[in-house]
Ligand binder design. Sequence first.
Ligand code: CP
Length: 302
Amino acid sequence: MKIRHVIESQQFTVPALMELFALADNMERVLARGGTSDYRGRIMALLFYEHSTRTRFSFESAMLRLGGSILATESAHQFSSVMLGETLEDTVRVVSNYSDVIVIRSDEVGGAARAAAVASVPVINAGDGKGGQHPTQALLDLYTIHREIKTIDGVKIAMVGNLADGRTVRSLSYLLSKFERVKLYFIAPKQLRMRQDIIDYLHHHNVWYTEEEDLRKIINEVDVVYMTRLGPSEREGVEPKHFFMDESLMKLLPSKAIVMHPLPRASEISPEVDADPRSAYFRQTRNGILVRMALLASVLEG
Ligand code: CP
């Protein structure tokens, strides 16, 4: 599969997703033999303008497992020439000369698209701004559902937490909309409801959705509970037990359902839930390596 840039979830078709997932399955075998040297001499540049643990390390690990090398700047505002007022466009034009692929986490919605517009190498969006997108997270989330639930058509998923600002739930909603008979349950405090652009998109694509303010009301109906971070400042005036997962709520979750979270978590999933086999969030992080290896291989072949 050949991909040029990875900017937003809408760019993927269902056949392309299935091809990517088959490649990710293959990468599990590559990992089991300690990686490959197939991409020796290829260089990935990471430009991160925001903090990250999973996305940054999993891209680094993915490239190293493929045999490639890495150039990285974390806190790019502080540790690159951005500090001197260099524009994103100039930085990307220059870094294009030093690398074969650029992975960017921008603090501005549309930052990755701006980078792609001037780059002479593929650009991968590793998250852009508050309320932007995080397509590679959504791809690994969808891959996790595909592996764990064995189907995406007909899946019933509750997305819980700050849905207004969460880029993972936005990107995942776009991807799920491509499948048949999917049901989306948005569970958020009133002030953090899913934004209207996503709601309009679901209407336009005839995707079933509902909005609730208490996870307890629908948890027994779903296949996936996708928790997201609800930080201290977002919890003001919120009834905590409506948006938090603990052992008592796990008792209401169907036996074959799973709990996901893009991480990092605040306190919305109680640690006592971690040992439950339905808690898939750490398996989800491992799937991130496989999907990002598959994506890097695809763009480097492009
Ligand atoms: N899930 C996710 O994007 O995590 P990081 O912010 O640690 O990369």
